[in-house]
Design a binder for this molecule. Structure first.
Ligand SMILES: [Fe+2]
Ligand SMILES: [Fe+2]
Length: 146
């Protein structure tokens, strides 16, 4: 898999749209867990995982590169911290997958943990990392390096 070769504006729009889609996916996942439909829950998680792999790759390669180019590694520290949350998301998804066989209570708990973490992650990206990328592109553009 490689980063999607989109214009930055189009890529950011797509990533923001995927945040909205994944919030919806999490809601469907909760419904599947509540009706104890392990098979449906598994397939929803599988689909979400596939979206996340590409989504994370675009953020960690394309977006981060621009931020580091414009602000240096120190200036990029906050965005690096935000994108490092992907590791925790992966681990929470794995944890949720493991709970699916062990009953609705532990699955519901694992779901809540993932849902809260992902929503806060998306909010941090929408409010901090993505504006930072836009500013980075503007600066790089102004400096004629893009
Ligand atoms: Fe992210
Ligand atoms: Fe994201």
């Amino acid at each position: 898999m490689s980063p999607r070769g989109l214009e930055l504006d189009g890529l950011l729009e797509l990533l923001e749209k995927e945040h909205v889609i994944m919030i919806g996916t999490l809601a469907s996942l909760r419904e599947a867990i509540q009706r104890r439909d392990v098979q449906a829950a598994r397939s929803i998680i599988q689909g979400m995982d596939e979206t996340l792999v590409q989504h994370f790759l675009d953020e960690e390669s394309t977006l981060l590169l621009l931020i580091v180019q414009a602000f240096g590694r120190e200036g990029a520290a906050e965005s690096i911290g935000i994108f490092q949350e992907h590791i925790e998301i992966d681990s929470l998804v794995g944890k949720l997958r493991e709970t699916l066989m062990s009953g609705v209570d532990s699955s519901a708990m694992a779901w809540r943990e993932l849902d809260e973490f992902m929503e806060s992650h998306f909010n941090r990206e929408n409010s901090t990392a993505f504006p930072c990328v836009r500013e980075a592109a503007r600066r790089l553009g102004l400096e004629g390096k893009q």
